[in-house]
Design a binder for this molecule. Structure first.
Ligand code: F0G
Length: 435
């Protein structure tokens, strides 16, 4: 536990950037759901059984079997996390920096690392959310859907410039909103019509499948693994950060159906990550992933997971705090512009709210707005991401109390200006000054 005075001092030392605060100074850590979950007893047992052979470890084959069962794909590479898979995919499908000049990669909404990897190649990353998906207050079942009319328009104008199409499930940038199976099928048909490859950014595939099962007409009787399989069957490959629905603290996956492209990715993997049967991980990590990718599809787990996020969203809404509706799978996103209407986007209302939640109650959250997304930000959000299998209802009740306290004095909060920032992914290291 820390006092308010200690937390203010910590904020000042961190130049008001919550990524720079030591975890010991945080009481409830909702910065991210990435790699912050608790592994199960089975996974820890798997860690003990891990085979550390350099090539062809038994843990690698367990990992392969599970991923093949899950996705139906044969060409599978382990990587150390999602962005390593993204970097390899971009290098194989676009090329080295500058090779992507003039190219564009459409997505429902790119996550920041995906965007940064694509832009590093010189290509442009374009978000094609539906208008409904870009509004926080509208309640709709699949606000992560890619706007197919916008995709067709883009392809009619610039098909030659599009190396591949991506869809992010669930869509992190607009509130952890799911994508429907019907939408994925439409995107697939359009990609076929224009001869384009379709890749999933599938970090939260199981949460997305649960939303399909519980919200999409005609899907309720299907098992979660069957829906997951139908999602992957529509794609030419996928990047996955296993730190989310792989239920592990570190790990990633790259899947590419095309044999020649897969061979190129394998060679690049050896260059920087390690041999193809471990991809920058220890054998025990592959063992934990094999188990996590199975456990995450258990319906009891998914019901509890989605319901507990929904509980936080309901209580904040009841208390008069506007959130992206409906609550997402892995997080609740507070609409900072609605709570702090007196702070304009260029003064970073999300950063102001995130700092206030930390100072008031030691809760660390993450700005997803103009700090993280720059001019691509469509909303000014603060994400309360829920680590998997980690916090209890009483922890979440404390978060709700603190948020409601902050609401009481929200009109006195001030914005920020950036005094120092790097070229890309500035939210990790930028320094801020209160206005
Ligand atoms: N794609 C999505 C949709 C993500 O949410 C993330 C990570 C990545 C790719 C990259 O994966 O971190 O393993 O390299 N999101 C984390 C978050 C960091 O906090 O949302 P990674």
């Amino acid at each position: 536990m820390t006092t308010k005075e200690q937390r203010l001092a910590s904020l000042q030392r961190a130049h008001f950037n919550l990524f720079q605060i030591p975890a010991t100074d945080v009481i409830i850590d909702l910065l991210t759901d990435s790699g912050t979950g608790a592994m199960s007893s089975e996974q820890w047992a798997g860690i003990m059984r891990g085979d550390e052979s350099y090539a062809g470890a038994t843990s690698y084959y367990r990992f392969l079997d599970q991923l093949e069962k899950l996705t139906g794909m044969r060409n599978i590479l382990p990587t150390h996390q999602g962005r390593a898979s993204e970097r390899l995919l971009v290098e194989v499908l676009i090329g080295s920096p500058a090779d992507g000049n003039g190219m564009i990669v459409p997505n429902n909404a790119h996550f920041d690392t995906t965007r940064a990897n694509i832009e590093h190649s010189g290509a442009e990353a374009i978000d094609l959310l539906t208008d409904e998906g870009a509004r926080s207050e509208t309640i709709a079942p699949f606000k992560g859907d890619l706007d197919v009319a916008k995709l067709v328009r883009l392809l009619n104008e610039r098909a030659d410039d599009v190396p591949f199409v991506m869809v992010t499930v669930t869509c992190n940038s607009n509130g952890g909103q799911p994508v429907s199976l019907a939408n994925l099928k439409q995107v697939r048909e359009i990609c076929d019509a224009y001869g384009k490859l379709l890749f999933l950014d599938a970090c939260r595939f199981a949460e997305n499948a649960w939303f399909i099962k519980t919200r999409e007409p005609g899907q309720a009787s299907k098992s979660v693994p069957r829906i997951v399989r139908e999602m992957f069957d529509l794609a030419d490959g996928a990047t996955i950060s296993a730190k989310k629905d792989g239920l592990v603290n570190i790990g990633g996956v790259l899947l590419i159906r095309d044999d020649a492209k897969f061979a190129s990715a394998s060679n690049l993997l050896i260059l920087t990550e390690g041999f193809v049967t471990y991809g920058g991980l220890a054998g025990r990590d592959l063992e934990a992933m094999a188990i996590g990718f199975e456990e995450v599809m258990h319906e009891d787990y998914l019901r509890y997971r989605i319901r507990s996020t929904e509980y936080l969203g309901e209580k904040l809404t009841e208390g008069g705090i506007a959130i992206v509706q409906p609550p997402g799978g892995h997080a609740v996103y507070i609409d900072a512009s609605a709570l702090l209407p007196h702070i304009p986007p260029h003064e970073f209302p999300g950063q102001a709210l995130a700092c206030a939640l930390y100072e008031q109650g030691g809760i660390r959250t993450c700005e997803i707005g103009s700090v993280m997304m720059g001019e691509h930000a469509v909303m000014q959000l603060v994400r309360l991401a829920i680590p998997r299998r980690t916090y209890t209802q009483s922890h979440i009740d404390y978060v709700i109390e603190v948020a409601l306290e902050v609401k009481q004095f929200a009109d006195t909060l001030k914005g920020f200006r950036i005094v120092e920032e790097p070229e890309a992914l500035r939210h990790f290291t930028a320094k801020f000054e209160p206005l």
